[in-house]
Design a protein around this ligand. Structure first.
Ligand SMILES: [Zn+2]
Length: 425
């Protein structure tokens, strides 16, 4: 068996892992694009010849979740190579592409319309998998297990072939609403593995004070008690955050929870798939904003509100209009996503200034803390190797609080052991 880390050993975004069986079956786990600001300004796989060379002879591409740094190149995979993702993840992607397509149609931008139609067709052709149900690609068996992450419907993958068991964690955490399940899943379903391929995003970022999503929900609730008018800038697909926010707002019974048509489509998807497991994820009473809905505006001004916002021309129009009617001392903008975006993007800074009110930062990471990473290593107790990926170049797994014998199994470069060839580029 061969494990090739094409990318991710020394950077957070753009993860691509390849697994080859001795019989020659090759699968890719994730096919991500570099994040903005990543070490390579241009992604080398933007060059079609590099991507074709990587995909040559690949039997399937399996995605852990739908973040762009894990699935950015999905539309460039040849039609005869099956691609797999969770069913809800696929629908979330369809919603994103419908929104992009509508925008391109309104702007009459033909090349963009073609691009989004092609992407929508491609994503609809994806095969879907379900947590705990194994499927096979050639002689490789893959079992996905649900994990908590800032993208809903995220999975770690247990790969079995050539008598070896390899766990690829994808992105995951314990401090999300459903994070407690990780330990149970590792103990009950995964157990000991030969090779652990694990994310390490927080290795260089964890200051020991990572908040849980429940604490974030409490912080949101406290701000709602302090301010009548609450704008929240956060990802429309960070469903733990949105569910906590919605729940916090529900305590203030008369206050509408306001969003746009696209966000409401994402809420419908969340309610359809996750709402059946927990009431927390039922968001079916959001008020959809429109400049024509004067009764809604009146209610918002009279009763206060929570409004989920994002930076686009429509929201800019709405914010300019709404802020004319609001008392800035009773209004807050909660910035609830990665701080780096705000530091890097001048346009986003300008959007934040548009609100003309106090700005509060309330956010927590979608990734495993150092404590959780140590727990994953200890519980899976890999016999052959631990391969760290999705981490900063300087982040060092040796600094984790894990036993010495596990530290000795951390791979950093080329290694051939127990019949497994591993290469990190
Ligand atoms: Zn992710």
């Amino acid at each position: 068996m061969k494990i090739l880390i094409h990318r991710g050993a020394n950077q957070i975004g753009g993860c691509i892992t390849e697994i080859q069986s001795a019989a020659g079956t090759r699968i890719l786990i994730d096919l991500g694009h570099n994040l903005p600001g990543e070490s390579e300004t241009l992604d080398k796989f933007d060059d079609p010849s590099n991507l074709s060379a990587l995909l040559e002879g690949v039997s399937a591409v399996i995605y852990t979740h739908n973040h762009g740094d894990h699935l950015g190149f999905f539309d460039r995979v040849p039609a005869d190579v099956p691609q797999y993702i969770g069913e809800m993840s696929r629908e979330v992607m369809c919603n994103i592409l419908d929104e992009s397509l509508n925008k391109a149609i309104r702007a009459k931008r033909k090349p963009l319309i073609e691009e989004f139609v092609n992407k929508a067709v491609k994503i609809k052709s994806f095969c879907t998998y379900a947590s705990g149900r194994p499927f096979s690609v050639g002689d490789i068996s893959i079992t996905p297990y649900f994990v908590s992450h800032s993208a809903a419907d995220s999975h770690m993958l247990l790969i079995e072939c050539d008598g070896k068991r390899v766990l690829h964690t994808g992105d995951l955490r314990e401090h999300g609403f459903l994070g407690k399940g990780l330990e149970k899943t590792l103990k009950k379903h995964v157990g000991q593995v030969d090779v652990l391929i694990t994310e390490g995003t927080m290795l260089s970022r964890d200051d020991g004070h990572t908040k849980t999503e429940s604490e974030i929900q409490a912080d949101m609730s406290a701000l709602m008690a302090q301010y009548r008018n609450v704008f929240v800038l956060c990802s429309s697909t960070n469903f733990d955050r949105l569910a906590g926010l919605h729940k916090a707002n529900a305590r203030f019974r008369s206050r509408p929870f306001v969003c746009d048509v696209y966000q409401n489509e994402q809420f419908k998807t969340l309610t359809k798939y996750s709402g059946q497991h927990s009431d927390l994820y039922v968001i079916d009473d959001a008020a959809v904003m429109s400049l024509r809905k004067v009764n809604l505006h009146k209610r918002m001004v009279e009763k206060g509100f929570t409004m989920v916002v994002r930076d686009n021309p429509t929201f800019r129009k709405w914010i300019a209009y709404l802020t004319l009617m609001l008392d800035p001392s009773q209004t807050v903008l909660v910035y609830s996503q990665y701080k780096g975006y705000l530091e890097q993007q001048e346009r986003l800074q300008e959007f934040v200034r548009m609100f003309g009110c106090r700005v509060e930062y309330v956010h927590t990471s979608g990734h495993a803390t150092r404590k959780t990473l140590a727990k994953i290593c200890t519980l899976t107790n890999p016999t052959t190797a631990i391969i760290p990926i999705h981490k900063d170049a300087e982040a060092d797994f040796l600094t984790l609080d894990i036993p010495k014998d596990l530290k000795a199994r951390i791979v950093d470069g080329f290694c051939c052991k127990d019949g497994v060839e591993m290469e990190l580029s």
